[in-house]
Ligand binder design. Sequence first.
Ligand code: ZN
Ligand code: ZN
Length: 367
Amino acid sequence: MDHHARRDRLRRNLKAAGIDSLLVTDFANVTYLTGFTGDDSYLLVHRDGDLVLSDPRYTTQLEEQCPGVDLAIRPPGVTMLQAVVRAVRSVGCRRLGIEGDSMTVSLRDRIAEKLSKIGLAATSGLVERLRLLKDRFEVARLRTAIDQAERAFATLRGLLRPEMTEKQAADELEHQCRLFGAKDAAFPTIVATGPRAALPHATPTERCLGDEPFVLFDWGANEGLYRSDLTRVLVTGRISPKFERIYQVVLEAQRRAIAAIRPGVLAHDVDAVARSCIAEAGYGRRFRHGLGHGLGLLVHESPRLAVQSQTVLKAGMVVTVEPGVYLPGWGGVRIEDDVLVTRAGCEVLTHSPKRLDEMVCLMRGNP
Ligand code: ZN
Ligand code: ZN
């Protein structure tokens, strides 16, 4: 993993952005550029090198995770603002870029006040644009995060019981992710039975799995840096014709959208493929979120597959494809997979079963 090369690539883009240095304050961007996984640390990328601004809690971790990077460890009593001011002056910066999407207005104002002779320029997406295209190392780690999540789910299926609550199932699924090597869940797991599945972001409750005929799981693993994100709906009771129809519509919309993914295609066109498929079936107004999102260090990052998204897909992007149909009071179906855009088209990185007959989960009651 060559973080130095990433910083050099960013450095080459600074001039075009009208700046000679960039203060990276978004922690995920700091991680991407240095390999450092702690927080409360900034990175100053300047013409002649790079400087991580941090505090003594992180000295050892920084030395381990980003050997060779210059460190400015602020002693107790020196504020981050003072450290930033010193660092910017020490590298002879004349026009400093800041990350407009992450820096607070108050920090910007305080920096501007202290560095009145240096021009400040708000930038947007300079590092995020690099993060759009995953290299081989990143794809390998995403595969690991997916593998952990899928093994955890396969194991969980055998552990589900009718009297288990949504909350218990969510906790168990996250625990299984860790048992398969994950550092953590990629995000708070969603387990939603029956009508709760009509809420795209349902939080698990004390409802029991056995009380409803189906249950939606939206989960992922954080393998240490990279995160996976999947959704499956398990059938735990009698399948109604309505459920079967909606399930097949969502599955077909997802299949068609994935078939449309290849380099050169506009993100909103992929979204439109799924959206029109669901609309044809009469559920157009029941699919009220974007089709998918980029995946990487964060569970939601660029590019978005959405109505407004003008991004042109390129090989190396990784996106989720997650159409859904939600009927308030009844429930919802969403199916989510993680897809890598390749030079030839795309590769679905997730492999958890999703045919309706594969989703039947016969839970055993208490012996
Ligand atoms: Zn998800
Ligand atoms: Zn998602």
